[in-house]
Design a protein around this ligand. Structure first.
Ligand SMILES: NC(=O)c1ccc[n+]([C@@H]2O[C@H](COP(=O)([O-])OP(=O)(O)OC[C@H]3O[C@@H](n4cnc5c(N)ncnc54)[C@H](OP(=O)(O)O)[C@@H]3O)[C@@H](O)[C@H]2O)c1
Length: 245
């Protein structure tokens, strides 16, 4: 059993790790003996920077030049990659969606993980047998009103990476998805989701450290026979067969 969850001395890349879900996953990996490369545009928690097994990379994922920094500062290869960085934009009905804002969201949520992974793969930085976990969103699977830009960008990401999973399976690289409902992070605070909507989650709204276990499971050898699977970690929102907004 122990070897199924053995992260010791393994190397992981986590995008969007200065706060929220990414930071919680980095801390969980480090506490299990992994070495982690973390990406964000700003700064990282002091406790992370003091950890010799954490390697901060300051880069803007939306810019291809800046993504080059990740390649330059990476080890020879990764055992696992958590494509997590993303944004939701403001919640608004589709008739108020602005084209530039929508394109910006697609740049971060869809193009940046796709081309970052392509670059890593082409440079042979994704080990045979590696696990790739893509942070999608449960909203992709529900009729979530007022979220067309977000759900569109995450849906495109999910569809593209299912195809990627089929391409890379011959190198024994697996690609799985985690789909969260509402998690108490900066993203949730800034996108004005009302408390009445969050209250729809029967199990409540978790903090990032409460949900990092699902990501670790998909990164671990315990899930090594899975690819193309989506782990729905939505506090039971799927039990409510209603439109959410
Ligand atoms: N929270 C939820 O309820 C929820 C639900 C479903 C899915 N998700 C997904 O979970 C992922 C993480 O969300 P979160 O809630 O943890 O959000 P968060 O607290 O806002 O954290 C987002 C992280 O991404 C980084 N980031 C944003 N833009 C970036 C860029 N251009 N380049 C590099 N890094 C960038 C941020 O760091 P800097 O600002 O320092 O760059 C930060 O570390 C997202 O993909 C989100 O769609 C979240």
């Amino acid at each position: 059993m122990k070897e199924l969850f053995d992260f010791n001395a393994k190397k992981y890349l986590v995008t969007g790790s200065s706060r929220g879900i990414g930071e919680a996953v980095v801390k969980a990996l480090l506490s299990h003996g992994a070495e982690v490369w973390g990406v964000a545009r700003t700064s990282f928690d002091e406790s992370l920077c003091l950890n010799a097994n954490f390697h901060p990379i300051i880069a803007d994922l939306s810019s291809s030049e800046s993504r080059g920094l990740i390649l330059e500062n990476s080890p020879d290869s990764f055992d696992g990659i958590f494509l997590n960085a993303g944004a939701s934009g403001k919640i608004k009905p589709f008739n108020l969606v602005n084209e530039d804002e929508m394109k910006q969201l697609f740049e971060l949520n869809f193009f940046s993980p796709f081309f970052l992974f392509q670059d890593l793969y082409k440079q042979r930085k994704v080990k045979a047998g590696a696990s790739v976990v893509v942070n999608t969103a449960s909203g992709v699977f529900y009729d979530t009103a007022a979220s067309s830009s977000y759900c569109g960008s995450k849906g495109a990401m999910q569809a593209a990476f299912r195809s990627v999973g089929a391409d890379v399976a011959r190198r024994n690289i697996r690609v799985n998805f985690i789909a969260f409902g509402y998690v108490e992070t900066e993203l949730l605070k800034t996108n004005n989701v009302p408390d009445t909507i969050k209250a729809l989650a029967p199990l409540g709204v978790p903090y990032p450290e409460d949900v990092s276990g699902g990501v670790l499971y998909l990164l671990s050898a315990a899930s090594k026979w899975m690819s193309g699977t989506t782990l729905l970690s939505d506090s039971g929102l799927n039990l409510k067969k209603t439109a959410l907004l």
